[in-house]
Ligand binder design. Structure first.
Ligand code: GUN
Length: 283
């Protein structure tokens, strides 16, 4: 079987068209959806992600600002800035681009963001709400993946989904969202022994390892759905995923490419969360 490609870029474009309308409606009600992004230091990858978020916001009519801070900033200064944004009614979404410098306690920073403005869905209140199936801001990458699966009418109920990766941002919430939708979920990670024995059983395989092409066709069950969250740079500077796309696509039923896969959907769900925050739909 040659897999059908789930093109995240096309789906993102379609969703962003719908969002433009929603943003217009909000503007008519006197609400300008606004996202504040805090960027600390000069990591090139973070700069590129943040620029992508700003560009996408502008595209759908969301107002956004990038607040740039030096790596020498103290934790107190950062938390003070977040509090200012928490108290500013014109700011609907707040995002601190990760990673942040080692001398700052990341968890304290995440917890200092008002859960009503936590458009990343990283605050423990939102994570807890997600876990018990309440309305919450969902972390953007897993939310984007669920949306991609739904767009192709891929049912997760009763399916065995193997998630490789256990980060707080992707792997853990990914498994939880799938479980909430009645999938049977197995988590694998860097300490898993005999990874292939698990991946071969996956009806749906979600790969968030962060190493180029580690998942080749021998890891895949025939007709599996393969979602590649990896974003790696090849020696030639090209973007590529964790999955050996060219060979795996010959065996899978659906597959996401890199680029034009999960990445554009992550940003799109951030926009969706920001619109939700502007509508005041979260507590
Ligand atoms: N760094 C890498 N991915 C993300 C993300 O989704 N949100 C934030 N805030 N930082 C990140």
């Amino acid at each position: 079987m040659v897999a059908e490609i789930i093109n995240g870029k096309d789906l993102a474009k379609q969703l962003r068209e719908e969002m433009k309308e929603e943003v217009k409606q909000l503007t008519k009600q006197g609400i300008t959806a606004h996202l504040s992004v805090i960027l600390i230091g000069d990591d090139p990858a973070s700069h590129s992600y943040v620029n992508g978020k700003e560009k996408a916001s502008t595209e759908v009519g969301i107002s956004s600002e990038i607040i740039r801070m030096d790596t020498t900033i103290s934790e107190e200064q950062l938390v003070t800035k977040i509090n200012e944004l928490n108290n500013d009614d014109s700011v609907h979404g707040i995002l601190v681009q990760l990673p942040i410098p080692d001398h700052i306690n990341e968890q304290r920073v995440i917890e200092s963001i008002d859960p009503k403005k936590d458009v990343d869905g990283f605050h423990p209140i939102n994570i807890g709400r997600m876990m018990v199936g309440q309305d919450a801001f969902l972390p953007c990458t897993p939310y984007g993946i669920m949306t991609m699966l739904q767009s192709k009418k891929i049912q997760v109920e009763g399916k065995h989904v193997v998630v490789i990766g256990r980060s707080n941002i992707v792997g853990k919430p990914m498994g939880q969202l799938l479980l909430n939708n009645n999938a049977t979920v197995t988590y694998c990670h860097s300490r898993t022994k005999d990874l292939k024995s698990y991946t071969k059983q996956a009806d749906i395989l979600i790969v968030a390892i962060g190493k180029e092409h580690v998942i080749d066709a021998s890891f895949i069950k025939d007709d599996a759905v393969v979602i590649d969250v990896g974003v790696n740079r090849t020696a030639e500077g090209r973007l590529t995923g964790d999955v050996d796309f060219d060979h795996v696509k010959e065996k899978a039923s659906f597959i996401t490419p890199v680029p034009k896969g999960v990445g554009p959907m992550t940003i799109t769900m951030l926009l969706k969360n920001t619109i939700k925050a502007a509508k005041g739909l979260k507590q």
